[in-house]
Design a protein around this ligand. Structure first.
Ligand code: HT7
Ligand code: ZN
Length: 876
């Protein structure tokens, strides 16, 4: 594939007025008649041909204004249809007939079959696998859809918009017609047909319209869609209250399917979901599953305004809908749950996923300027960093002005295919502020590093904060400009209160935010009576790395006195990371790691503090992960040393905290029936953290086995099973528990995904053999993305000692899997391959093995564009 550049953008020569599609569904030969009404755009070349995109298509018929078109007026390949000699000024109708094979579609893009259900996925460029079309997001039109299919096999015929009507057709077939009045790009088209069960409800919008809500799942699974329905209604209400956004059709439908490349898709009025993010009940779903369902239902619903009513001009603008919509779903979840705990989870995820992307060969700006394969740009940078950039706009402008800017955006761009520049302009206009420097967040890749030093002068009663920012070079961007970095801060006094300065010099400080805009800048606060402790980047106001050698006394002060819980968690992380790194160095150099009394005492103090919410305490007890430690080192990583060092510290904490953990484990039992609310989930999280620590003490396996045998919900079951498998992989208790779990849930593929993932993440070199054996298990279906991600993805992304085993076998295994998956599902293969993105930060011997495995992939002759793009960038 060639490289597409943002700079080459130009509008189409033809304007699409209307789309009328008729599908005659057949598993192997579906006929699509597309009637497209175009007119030539004013001011364009009157001889320009109409160019339509295709992908693996063959043309079965072509008409202009209902007349067959002579062969000399068009050229056609599987990828393009070019029609010449079209009218200069009058609208004309092009009829395109194609026949496609949904059953043979293993890429899961375009029209495919999953468990006997017809389903589509058109973002980003899947529509061109259905018919020849101007398949780009700036071509918007209203759609009329007619679906004809065998009635017995497909009682359900769904598409976007409002239902027009239906009836019986010939030969046992029936039809349904749908009309979506809201002009939309082709990537938001959807069709679903099959035999599914439904859960129904209604929602009354703020102006009194009744909306029918329907969630379709496999027959028999209807009760498991109740939580998703509840989350949908809460999302609809929240978007009205927070952003004034109302739903705009008389029906909103969600379909859960079991073969899906991503989480879900926001097709207008007809969202299609990976069933993993719809189905939940206490017996089969963990608290994390419930939280994910709530977040993703909200995310897709919120796209109705941020993505659908206002869409993207081109795919370079992807963050315009994704970053903004992630920000909206984060805010929703924060309002539904504990804001501080939600923020901790977000930052953990950002640092674990986005920071490594930004620090490695796949780094790219939130708004990229070139791509070879758009599917590879649905990244954590576009989504999560994009969300953080939106959050920073709110931090810079303040919540009220941010809301005004959003109002301007909705008002000004409703119905548009917009750009990031359009979006930023709305906030400039609403605030009167120039956001030019701020916009570098969209354009400069890399995580800024801010170095901090402080000084207190008692004579002048001033406290100064000196800051210096750098952004490392990233692919294609050797030199960076200084950015506008909004840093939330507080000056904490001895008694735990906040100091307020009488004056500030050296830069802009608004409320509790310090605006770093220069490469180096010193802020001096006046009227400060005693030396304060600086709490910086509160709430993770900016997605940066801080280099701040704060004393452990100061960090402990923050841990005990910061009113902001997130900042307390951050200070605890800052205390723990150097300890874990020092222990890693000791292990590596053959020294005995030193005891860490201060850290351990602090953690146990927090663990036992009943005034703090349990979910927060559980986050603290989780400690930085092995990946966090590796990222902090940045280079020459030995995953075995990191693992051993961290395990040593966990065991020390367990020993010192036995009494605390015993108490937590016995006292935190939720009374009554299971409820998935955040407070109950928090208690489960803390109790399970205690169980995990207790596993380092005598009788750990027995206790975990007892816990496993006595749970009444999936969260506790999974936690107990994880403790058994990860801590006691070879013991009979583990084999028994894994066997019992399999027997009990053998008919539930989504639950078995957890069984695969737990085993794939057992630390140590021998897990590779286990993974290979599990691939032969009859429950492992290699064509299903959820199964592949659970077994192979968990191994490569989340098992550093297993995947990065010293002999390189893990990497060779991944290379084989990539080459096997790529011909069937390139998107899945490419995403799996990104687990190699940090290979250069490994110690030299492992890095050499990784490079060799990558070269094996690179050498293959017939790679997809998806995998070719990733492997070449990773190796560069
Ligand atoms: N907007 C959706 C992206 C998506 C997707 C992209 C490429 C291939 C398959 C896909 N399925 C869904 C999901 C979202 O961000 O809401
Ligand atoms: Zn999205």
């Amino acid at each position: 594939g060639q490289i597409i550049h943002l700079a080459d953008y130009r509008p189409t020569d033809f304007v699409l007025e209307r789309v009328d599609l008729t599908f005659e569904l057949d598993p192997t030969a579906t006929k699509i008649e597309a009637r497209l009404i175009f007119h030539r755009r004013e001011g364009t070349d009157p001889t320009a041909p109409l160019i339509l995109d295709g992908d693996e298509l063959s043309l079965s018929g072509l008409l202009i204004d209902q007349n067959e078109i002579p062969a000399e007026r068009y050229d056609v390949t599987a990828e393009k249809l070019v029609i010449r000699d079209l009218p200069e000024s009058t609208p004309f109708e092009v009829t395109v007939i194609t026949i496609i094979n949904p059953e043979a579609n293993t890429q899961l893009m375009g029209l495919y079959r999953t468990n006997g259900v017809y389903c589509t996925q058109c973002e980003a460029e899947g529509f061109r696998r259905i018919t020849y079309f101007p398949d780009r997001p700036d071509v918007l039109a209203p759609y009329t859809i007619t679906i004809i299919a065998d009635k017995a096999a497909n009682p359900l015929l769904l598409s976007n918009g409002n239902f027009l009507g239906g009836g019986n057709y010939d030969e046992g077939r029936h039809f349904a017609a749908w009309f979506d009045p809201h002009p939309k790009p082709s990537y938001l088209f959807a069709l679903v047909a099959g035999d599914l069960g439904v859960v129904e409800d209604t929602f009354e919008t703020m102006s009194g319209n009744e909306v029918a809500l329907k969630i379709y799942v496999e027959h028999g699974k209807e009760p498991r869609a109740a939580y998703a329905m509840d989350a949908l209604k809460r999302s609809m209400k929240w978007d009205e209250e927070r952003f004034g956004r109302e739903y705009d059709l008389n029906i909103f439908q969600i379909v859960a399917v079991s073969d899906f490349n991503m989480g879900a898709m926001e097709n207008k009025g007809l969202n299609v979901f990976n069933d993993k993010y719809v189905l939940a009940d206490p017996e089969t779903a963990t608290d994390q599953d419930y939280a994910n369902i709530e977040a993703i239902i909200a995310h897709e619903y919120f796209h109705n305004w941020t993505g659908n009513r206002i869409t993207c001009r081109d795919w370079f603008q992807l963050c315009l809908k994704e970053g903004l919509t992630v920000f909206r779903d984060h805010e929703f979840s924060a309002d539904q749950r504990s804001r501080a705990v939600k923020r901790i989870a977000e930052v953990r995820h950002l640092k674990a996923e986005q920071f490594p992307e930004d620090a490695g060969p796949l780094a790219h700006p939130v708004r990229p300027t070139a791509y070879r394969e758009i599917n590879n740009f649905y990244t954590t940078t576009v989504y999560e960093k994009g969300s953080e950039v939106t959050r920073m706009i709110q931090t810079v402008l303040g919540r009220d002005t941010f809301k005004k800017g959003m109002d301007v955006y909705f008002e000004r761009h409703d119905g548009d295919a917009a750009t990031v520049e359009d979006f930023v302009k709305c906030f400039e206009d609403a605030s009167g502020k120039d956001l030019k420097q701020f916009s570098l967040w969209y354009h400069q890749a890399g995580t800024p590093l801010v170095s901090v030093s402080t000084a207190y002068d008692s004579a002048s009663q001033t406290f100064s904060v000196s800051l210096e920012q750098t952004v490392q070079a990233t692919p294609g961007q050797p030199n960076k400009e200084p950015m506008h970095i909004p840093l939330g801060f507080a000056l904490l006094l001895d008694n735990g209160s906040l100091a307020s300065a009488s004056s500030v010099k050296g830069g802009d400080v608004t409320g509790e935010v310090l605006h770093l805009t220069e490469r180096a800048q010193t802020f001096t606060f006046g009227g400060i009576g005693s030396r304060p402790v600086l709490s910086l980047n509160r709430g993770f106001s900016a997605p940066i790395n801080l280099h701040f050698e704060q004393s452990s006394t100061d960090l402990l002060h923050i841990v005990r006195h910061e009113p902001d819980l997130f900042a307390r968690w951050q200070a605890l992380t800052d205390l723990a990371l150097p300890v874990l790194m020092k222990a890693t160095r000791d292990v590596r150099d053959g020294r005995q790691p030193e005891p860490q009394a201060e850290l351990i005492a602090t953690l146990l103090e927090v663990a036992a503090d009943d005034t703090l919410e349990p979910a927060f305490r559980a986050q603290v007890l989780a400690l930085p992960s092995e990946a966090d430690i590796a990222r902090e080192f940045g280079s020459n990583n030995d995953p075995d040393a990191i693992h051993a060092a961290r395990q040593g510290i966990l065991a020390d904490i367990a020993k010192a905290g036995q009494a605390t953990f015993e108490t937590l484990f016995t006292s935190l039992v939720n009374e009554g029936d299971f409820t998935p609310d955040a407070a109950s989930a928090g208690r489960r999280a803390l109790r399970n953290a205690a169980l995990s620590y207790l596993s380092y003490l005598d009788g750990g396996a027995t206790r975990a086995a007892e816990a496993f045998a006595s749970t009444n919900n999936m969260t506790d079951t999974i936690q107990a099973l994880t403790v058994l498998a990860h801590r006691f992989p070879g013991q009979s208790e583990t084999a028994n528990a894994l066997g019992a779990f399999l027997k009990r849930f053998q008919d539930n593929a989504l639950v078995l995904d957890k069984w695969f993932a737990i085993q794939a993440t057992i630390p140590g070199a021998s897990t590779l053999a286990r993974v290979k054996a599990l691939m032969e298990d009859p429950h492992f279906v290699a064509s299903n993305p959820n199964r592949v991600r659970s077994l192979i993805g968990s191994f490569t992304f989340s098992n550093p000692t297993g995947f990065s085993r010293a002999d390189g076998e893990g990497y060779r295994f991944l290379a084989q899997q990539i080459l096997a998956i790529d011909p069937k599902n390139p998107q899945l293969a490419a995403r799996l391959l990104t687990s190699m993105r940090s290979w250069r930060s490994l110690e030299p011997s492992r890095a050499a093995h990784a490079e060799a495995a990558l070269s094996e992939i690179d050498k293959a002759l017939s790679l997809s564009t998806d995998v070719r793009d990733i492997v070449e960038r990773i190796l560069k």
